[in-house]
Design a protein around this ligand. Structure first.
Ligand code: SF4
Length: 350
C-alpha cells in the first residue's frame, strides 16, 4: 500500500566513466522516486543507463572508473551518497536487495544451492565472516537450514530439501531464478532492485516469475525498482514507469497512462517498436544510443527525433509535470499543448 513519503528519492544523479578518450557521461541528471509498496519500472533501450542507476543505488559501481559527479540518493530520508562506506553498506545490506539478470551465471557452479544460501544467511549484514563460518559445512540442525527451506517455500520451489543439495547446473533457468529471488528475500528487504530478471528466460517461465514477484511485493509490502527494456513486462508488473534515454529520464507517468497516452517522441517510438502478432508491420526507432563521450548537445534524442525543432539541439529540455503523475522532458510541449495532445491521442499509440 502506497504512502506519500518516497522510500527512495534520487535527485539530479550524474555518473561518468573515465575512459582513455575522455569521460563517458552516462547518467546526466536522473530523478526517480519510489514509494512504499510501489512497483516502478525503469525502461529504455540497452545501454541507456538503467543498470548504472541500479548499481549506484546498491553502491556496487566500480569506482574508478565510474565517478558520481553530482546528485543525491535518499533512502528512508538518508542520502546514501553522502554516507561513509561502512554506514552505507549497513543500510544497503539490511534494506535493499537485488535480483540479477542472468540466473545461469549468478550462482556459483561449484557450490550447491544449500551451501550458497546458507553462507548468505549466516553472513548477511556482517562486515566480516569468521573462519568457522567460512569453513563450516551446513547441517540440518543449523537454524539457517530451516530459514533456507522457509525461503524456498516462499518462492514455491517443490521439495526444497532436495533442491538445497543440488548444484545450479542441475536446475532449470526458472528454478535458478526462483532461488535467486529467495536469496534476495533473506534480509527482509524493503526495496528490491530487479535488473531484467526475466530476460534470459522463455516466455512461459517469465510469466511465472512475474507472478511470483507480484505476489512477494504484496505479501512482503516491498517497493520495487524493476529495470527492463520490455514494455509488456512493465505493463504487467508496474504501477508507474520511468522512460530513460541516454542517461536522462524523458517521461514518467502511471503505467496505464504512459502506455495509452505516451507524449515523448522516444516513448512513442518504443511503443511502435513492439512486434505485433497480427502481421502488422512494426517500426523501430532509426539510429542508436549516442556516444556518451561526445553526447549530442541539448536534447540527447535530437539526432533521432523526427519532431525536433531548432531549440532541441541548443537547450536540454526539463522534465515538466503535465498532470499529477505525468511528466515529460520535450520542448514541443507546453502545458496547453500537452492537454490537447492527450485529448487527441488515438493516432499515436497505433
Ligand atoms: Fe524531439 Fe526536441 Fe522533444 Fe527532444 S526535445 S524529443 S529532439 S522534439
Amino acid at each position: 500500500m502506497r504512502t506519500d513519503e518516497p522510500i527512495l528519492r534520487i535527485e539530479d544523479l550524474a555518473v561518468y566513466f573515465k575512459t582513455i578518450d575522455g569521460d563517458a557521461k552516462v547518467l546526466d541528471g536522473v530523478d526517480i522516486s519510489i514509494h512504499k509498496g510501489e512497483v516502478v519500472a525503469l525502461v529504455g533501450e540497452t545501454g541507456c543507463g538503467k543498470s548504472v542507476t541500479g548499481k549506484t543505488i546498491l553502491g556496487s559501481l566500480p569506482i574508478p572508473p565510474a565517478k558520481i559527479v553530482r546528485g543525491r540518493c535518499f533512502f528512508k530520508g538518508k542520502d546514501l551518497l553522502s554516507l561513509d562506506k561502512d554506514e552505507r553498506r549497513e543500510i544497503i545490506s539490511n534494506n535493499i536487495s537485488y535480483v540479477p539478470q542472468d540466473p545461469m551465471t549468478s550462482l556459483n557452479p561449484v557450490f550447491t544451492i544449500g551451501e550458497q544460501m546458507l553462507a548468505l544467511i549466516r553472513w548477511h549484514g556482517k562486515k566480516r565472516a569468521g573462519l568457522r563460518a567460512f569453513l563450516g559445512r551446513y547441517n540440518k540442525r543449523d537454524d539457517s537450514w530451516g530459514k533456507a527451506i522457509e525461503l524456498l517455500n516462499k518462492v514455491k520451489i517443490p521439495s526444497p530439501e532436495m533442491i538445497l543439495n543440488r548444484y545450479p547446473v542441475e536446475l532449470s533457468g526458472g528454478m535458478r531464478q526462483r532461488v535467486l529471488i529467495a536469496m534476495s528475500l533473506i534480509g527482509n528487504p524493503s526495496l528490491l532492485i530487479a535488473d531484467e530478471p526475466t530476460t534470459a528466460l522463455d516466455v512461459t517461465i517469465q510469466k511465472g516469475i512475474i507472478e511470483l514477484i507480484k505476489e512477494k511485493v504484496e505479501e512482503e509490502n516491498l517497493s520495487v525498482l524493476y529495470i527492463t527494456h520490455n514494455l509488456g513486462v512493465a505493463r504487467k508488473l508496474s504501477d508507474r514507469i520511468y522512460v530513460m534515454y541516454a542517461g536522462n529520464i524523458v517521461e514518467t507517468a502511471k503505467t496505464s497512462e504512459l502506455l495509452d497516452s505516451p507524449l515523448h517522441p522516444y516513448t512513442q517510438g518504443l511503443i511502435k517498436s513492439i512486434p505485433k502478432l497480427t502481421g502488422e508491420e512494426f517500426r523501430g526507432i532509426d539510429g542508436r544510443i549516442p556516444d556518451y563521450i561526445y553526447p549530442p548537445s541539448g536534447c540527447r534524442f535530437h539526432p533521432r527525433c523526427d519532431r525536433a525543432i531548432e531549440k532541441c539541439s541548443m537547450e536540454k529540455p526539463k522534465l515538466l509535470r503535465i498532470k499529477d503523475s505525468h511528466s515529460v522532458a520535450c520542448h514541443i510541449y507546453s502545458y496547453k499543448e500537452v492537454t490537447s495532445v492527450i485529448d487527441e491521442r488515438s493516432d499515436i499509440t497505433g
